[in-house]
Design a protein around this ligand. Structure first.
Ligand code: 5GP
Ligand code: MN
Length: 340
């Protein structure tokens, strides 16, 4: 494990910039997850306590399971007509939980051509020149851990709302504190949030136990379809547009589904593919040394060693699914099958 970056290393340069600025836009990646959303709410709440003007604007709507983070309707979904002026004129744009501008999707152009100072706070392995300041610790299990460090470094005051949001981020991005990315500081920070009134089961329940029969039906289709390759080392499943329409569910309802592909004994690599409007999205997961980020990167995707994603636009679903699954099986066989 690489040495954790200190707050001084990460944030020294941005403190005077943040102090001086008055208007902020916060954003995160397309299809936001608990970490992106929690980091936004945590940071926005802190900045508002400094009397800053803050807007949270995302490419995608907030998935329903994270609606509790947005009880005050602070998170807006990008609409060029409504938001381009705000994005263009902001003093600072915080890009959270991503560091490649492509992942801003519909918002990429507006964010990248804005005169604002862009600051990226993130924990992903891959990054490009999407911001003037890149505050990145790829060893952090969640962006929220860095947001916590930033607030402390700014001598800010935490409250329940910040704790609830950032705890959600830690919980979701560490898979319930079970991934090896979880480090001593992660538990220590979670402990701080408990002292502020966070009840672990309340947050777990909000994030993971608000499903519906429709979502379970969708999961059922996935479970029936899990296929094993590579002697059981690689397991995968797919969902089509028809699956979503038959069950009346959304793409964002698949959050966590890919984990089932790793629940099988000896499964070291798992994949969920789902059909999108114009292509296909792959969620890749792995255990131990199996590096799915290295595979994702060859197609312009990315993420972390054990959790990555890959999106193809304007491609046929069936052919691309077959091709990528075949390549993943080869990749696994070549690199890892014998090491099991
Ligand atoms: P998920 O599979 O849950 O969507 O994402 C797993 C990880 O991969 C997350 O860290 C996410 O940010 C990243 N990721 C997901 N999809 C993509 C993608 O299309 N491109 C890149 N570069 N990263 C992705
Ligand atoms: Mn994250």
């Amino acid at each position: 494990m690489s040495k954790a970056k200190t707050a001084d290393q990460l944030f020294k340069k941005i403190v005077p910039v943040v102090k001086k600025a008055k208007t902020f836009v916060l954003t995160t990646h397309v299809n936001p997850d608990g970490d992106g959303l929690g980091s936004e709410i945590g940071m926005a709440t802190f900045l508002k306590s400094l009397k800053k003007k803050v807007r949270i604007i995302n490419t995608s709507p907030t998935p329903r399971q994270f609606g509790y983070l947005n009880a005050q309707n602070e998170i807006e979904t990008y609409d060029a007509a409504k938001h381009d002026k705000i994005i263009a004129e902001a003093d600072i744009i915080f890009i959270l939980d991503i560091s490649v501008s492509k992942r801003l999707d519909r918002m990429q152009e507006a964010v990248m051509k804005s005169a604002a100072i862009r600051i990226c706070i993130d924990h992903h392995l891959d990054n490009d020149e999407c911001a003037k300041y890149l505050c990145i610790d790829a060893g952090a299990p969640a962006t929220a851990e860095l947001i916590f460090m930033f607030i402390k470094y700014m001598k800010g005051k935490l409250n329940y709302k910040i704790a609830q949001a950032l705890y959600t981020s830690l919980l979701t991005d560490t898979g319930g504190f079970r991934f090896n990315s979880t480090r001593p500081s992660t538990h220590a920070i979670a402990g701080e949030f408990l002292k502020l009134g966070v009840k672990p089961n309340d947050i777990y329940s909000e994030a993971f136990e608000k499903g519906s029969p429709a979502v379970l039906k969708l999961l059922g289709r996935l479970l029936e379809r899990i296929k094993s390759e590579c002697g059981g080392g690689f397991n995968w499943a797919y969902l089509t547009t028809k699956d979503f329409s038959d069950t009346d569910t959304l793409r964002s309802d698949t959050d966590g589904f890919v984990d089932y592909t790793l629940k099988l004994d000896n499964s070291m690599m798992g994949v969920l593919a789902y059909q999108t409007e114009d292509g296909i999205k792959f969620s890749l997961r792995s255990k131990g040394d199996v590096n799915v980020q290295a595979f994702a990167k060859t197609y312009g995707g990315g993420g972390h060693k054990n959790a990555s994603g890959l999106t193809f636009k304007n491609v046929p679903f069936d052919e691309t699914l077959k091709k990528i699954i075949g390549e993943l099986a080869d990749y696994y066989n070549k690199s890892y099958a014998k090491k099991k």
